[in-house]
Ligand binder design. Structure first.
Ligand SMILES: C[S@@+](CC[C@H](N)C(=O)[O-])C[C@H]1O[C@@H](n2cnc3c(N)ncnc32)[C@H](O)[C@@H]1O
Length: 454
């Protein structure tokens, strides 16, 4: 069928867009969008609303580190019954957005609505789209749930439906580099969100002493070099983005945005980024993941026990997502693990900021330091807290006398309360911990030196 000559592309001027993210990362996402030039992004529950033209939508997909999807709302209507839903979806001019020969998939969600069955909602919406095409051109698109050309998102809230095109396609946490993982890997978007909440900007060293498949160090390297994470998806064989398959897609204009993202990559002169882990096999996976992300030269991975790590330089970020299990290797308990983390910080990381992602029921008080940030986050099904610490000389209280790392006196100025300094300001939802909750531990267990203990 030939293209109608004067068909106006449906998306040239700014339209409302919605970027979704995990709960707890809304302010970070709003701040990322602001940095891209978006005016007045509005954080909502698990997402941020904003106005944007196609360029803004492409940039959000390419550059946001914490967004899951960028959605383009097409229609809103009341949908208390199946017929309402069918009619509302059928009224949309789908041929503006897709060709009949393309495949589609529909993601449905519902909350406090009479239509409760998401499979039924998706089915009804699919029927409406196919019937509309059949009426207009005698053919209908087919469904491909795994790898569709066009992904459609329908959300019902209080019997009100919002129908969106999903401009991202595959969810954005799938950057395309992390093809191998160990136990309990962090989503790339969550790892990036934790780094940004911790104020990481590539200007100081970073260490993850339990790095697993390398998500924190790799995301840190992408931040340090200002690499838009979406560039990885555009490589040959990568998932690309959903909008590249939309009918109105302007390839030439998008290529300019991509060029611009390449131009903003900064030279590789950042301080050390290091990941270590006890498990040699997972470190090999981390190295291959880093190669796929094109940042293998930006970081180092080393096989080390937690108790063997030490700091580089006077300041930096110690970031870790400890195992959640109740029994760890060598009979170590979770309490023992958190005590070791606290001792390590006090004895060897003065001047550092620490960010620890712990499940809400983890014995994190065993760290024995006052946290200056407690930020709720979810790691998949696990309710977590991002705990932030500023490690001062005062917080070294528990270090055994004569500890070989005690000589390092530099760092942030001593605060009036030993070991306490507010975490980086800026994200209003961060709540400081009540001061009396965890007193610095007096009885710190001696750690072996980094060179001891094979
Ligand atoms: C929850 S996983 C970290 C996942 C990682 N953030 C990722 O995205 O892949 C915890 C890691 O701690 C490591 N680990 C457990 N005990 C350790 C120890 N005593 N010293 C160093 N690493 C340890 C495990 O090998 C595992 O890779």
């Amino acid at each position: 069928m030939s293209e109608p000559l004067l068909r106006r592309p449906p998306f040239l001027k700014p339209r409302p867009l919605f970027a979704t993210c995990d709960a707890g990362l809304e302010e970070v996402l709003a701040s990322e969008l602001r940095a891209q030039g978006v005016e007045n992004p509005i954080p909502e529950h698990r997402g941020v609303g904003f106005m944007g033209d196609p360029k803004a939508m492409w940039r959000a997909n390419l550059e946001c580190r914490v967004a899951n999807r960028i959605l383009l709302p097409l229609a809103e209507f009341n949908a208390a019954t199946p017929d309402d839903l069918y009619e509302g979806v059928r009224r949309i001019d789908w041929a503006q957005w897709m060709q009949v020969g393309q495949t589609l998939a529909i993601d449905a969600s519902t909350n406090r609505s009479q239509l409760e069955n998401t499979a039924y909602i998706a089915q009804k919406a699919k029927d409406a789209i196919c019937d509309r095409f059949r009426e207009e051109c005698g053919q209908r698109p087919s469904v491909d749930k795994m790898a569709p050309d066009i992904r459609i998102n329908i959300h019902l809230e209080d019997d009100h439906a919002i129908v969106c095109l999903d401009s991202s396609g595959e969810r954005l946490h799938r950057r395309g580099y992390r093809l191998e993982t160990g136990d309990a890997p962090l989503k790339e978007t969550l790892a990036a969100g934790i780094l940004l909440l911790s104020g990481y900007d590539g200007k100081h060293p970073l260490l993850d002493p339990m790095c697993g498949s390398g998500t924190f160090p790799i995301e840190a390297a992408l931040i340090a070099r200002n690499v838009a994470p979406g560039l990885i998806r555009l490589r040959e064989g990568g998932a690309g983005f959903g909008f590249q398959r939309w009918r109105s897609f302007n390839r030439a204009a998008f290529e300019e945005v991509v060029e611009d993202a390449y131009d903003r990559i900064v030279p590789s002169d950042h301080p050390t980024i290091m990941g270590s882990d006890i498990d040699r096999e997972v470190l090999e996976k981390a190295k291959r993941n880093a190669e796929r992300a094109n940042v293998a030269n930006e970081l180092t991975f080393e096989e080390r026990r937690l108790s063997q790590v030490s700091s580089v330089g006077d300041k930096g970020l110690f970031v870790v997502n400890p195992p959640y299990g109740h029994r760890l290797n060598r009979g170590l308990t979770l309490e023992g693990l958190y005590e070791t983390l606290g001792d390590l910080l006090k004895q060897r990381f003065t001047g550092y900021r620490a960010a620890i992602l712990a499940s809400q029921d983890a014995p994190y008080n065993c760290i024995g330091l006052h946290s200056s940030l407690r930020h709720p986050l979810r790691n998949g099904p696990i309710e977590c807290l991002l705990l932030g610490y500023e490690v001062y000389e005062g917080s070294k209280k528990g270090a055994p006398h004569g500890d070989r790392f005690e000589g390092r006196k530099q760092g942030y100025p001593r605060s009036s309360k030993p070991g306490i300094k507010p975490f980086k300001k800026g994200y209003p939802k961060s709540k400081p911990e009540p001061q009396d909750e965890s007193a610095p531990s007096e009885a710190s267990s001696p750690l072996p030196s980094p060179d001891e203990e094979a």
